[in-house]
Write a protein that binds this ligand. Structure first.
Ligand SMILES: C[S@@+](CC[C@H](N)C(=O)[O-])C[C@H]1O[C@@H](n2cnc3c(N)ncnc32)[C@H](O)[C@@H]1O
Length: 374
């Protein structure tokens, strides 16, 4: 085990800030994974932070909190690149909080407050004292579920919460018991498991917010590597919260080969097919908001472009090579299948979630006929 007393720090830079965090090369030499870093930093989450900063500055939010701030890199970037007026950076690990203080000074920033406490206590204190923020980030190890009640209440009306979930095995239906225990969703692993996981997470967030008469609307969703992420706009209102649920909650009927989306909170009566949910069946991203976001990096720009195209499509997707393998035929070029679908008047796009995923309102049978003729 690495003692916190002889932790080696390294100077990193990301976006427009420089900061100290655990020397990850040294950690690797010791045979330890990056998750064991005394002060946590994952360079692979740069895109996650790029999107956060892009959204924060484009929507002209002013105040922000990262209550699980680790090295403080996200808070530093919100202050330096997102033009935040005031940022709160908190971590329950006081060594991390100490390093954040050093990093704040290193970047000459005077608009970041640093604190060492439990994130839920901090969020509850913020809402109790009326110090809600325009943007809050929920970025835990694993599931955001245990933190959600407190975090949702700490956002101003009209503000945004950005939620990362790295517990993708339960969300993607690999651990159905945990999916139900944490998110209240029945599911299993499907070909469209990544979007199913995003829809399960959104359902849980919208339902949790509804318990406080809060309205959490998903405005931007995506998945990458080991995580899924959704941003929600926050408002208050019992009626609006009920309506949001009524209009956007439903079930997925999995027919072995094809699937159907069924609207409504009540469990439909079905005998032979697999019925899973409840999940969010509405839009997972809001095209108009996504178009307003000015990306701060090429990677963020590529992702936003893909999200905007996909957002016009129906829920879920087919996987081209799965279909071809069941048809015992060779896999055609995905762009040819998509253009043929469009020629025939269907909606068709790729999904950023799967290299061979196709979003379309065509049925599986239609797709098979097209593939056969290509
Ligand atoms: C995934 S990291 C956050 C990374 C950071 N947001 C970033 O963008 O680099 C999770 C952090 O949460 C902290 N943490 C874990 N449980 C916590 C709790 N109950 N309250 C506050 N911080 C907590 C850990 O010490 C760790 O630094």
């Amino acid at each position: 085990m690495m003692s916190k007393l002889n932790i080696s720090l390294k100077l990193y830079s990301e976006g427009k800030v420089s900061f100290y965090s655990t020397d990850l090369d040294h950690l690797r030499e010791l045979g330890l994974a990056y998750t064991k870093a005394p002060v946590f930093y994952n360079p692979r989450m740069k895109l996650n932070r790029d999107i956060t900063i892009s959204l924060f500055s484009s929507l002209s939010l002013r105040t922000a909190a990262d209550l699980m701030a680790a090295s403080g890199v996200r808070a530093l970037r919100l202050a330096a690149e997102g033009n935040a007026q005031e940022v709160l950076a908190n971590d329950s690990d006081c060594l991390s909080a100490y390093v954040i203080k050093i990093n704040v000074r290193l970047n000459g920033l005077n608009n970041i407050k640093v604190n060492c406490s439990d994130a839920r206590l901090m969020a509850d204190k913020m809402s109790w004292e009326g110090n809600r923020v325009g943007y809050i980030d929920l970025d835990p190890f694993g599931s955001p579920a245990p933190y959600l009640d407190s975090f949702l209440k700490a956002v101003k009306r009209g503000g945004i919460i950005g939620i990362t979930a790295t517990d993708t095995p339960p969300l993607f239906g690999l651990y159905p018991d945990k999916l139900f225990r944490f998110y209240g969703v029945w599911g299993k692993k499907f070909p469209f498991h990544k979007e199913f996981g995003i829809r399960a997470l959104i359902y849980f967030v919208v339902r949790t917010a509804a318990r406080f008469d809060l309205v959490a609307k998903p405005i931007l969703s995506y998945g990458r590597e080991h995580y899924v992420r959704t941003f929600f706009s926050m408002d208050k209102g019992a009626l609006a919260s009920s309506d949001l649920l009524k209009d956007n909650i439903g079930w997925i009927e999995y027919l072995g080969r094809d699937f159907k989306v069924i609207k409504g909170k009540d469990l439909p009566e079905k005998k032979d097919n697999i019925l899973v949910g409840p999940v969010w069946i509405g839009n997972i991203s809001d095209i108009n908001i996504a178009k307003r976001i000015r990306p701060i990096s090429d990677e963020a720009s590529d992702l936003l472009k893909a999200i905007i195209v996909e957002a016009e499509g129906p829920p879920l997707y087919y996987i081209l090579d799965n279909i071809c393998s069941s048809m015992k035929t060779k896999v055609p070029k995905i762009r040819e299948v998509i253009s043929r679908l469009k020629e025939l008047g269907y909606f068709a796009s790729r999904t950023h979630l799967e290299p061979l995923g196709i979003k379309t309102n065509a049925s599986r049978k239609d797709l098979e006929e097209i593939i056969e003729k290509l």
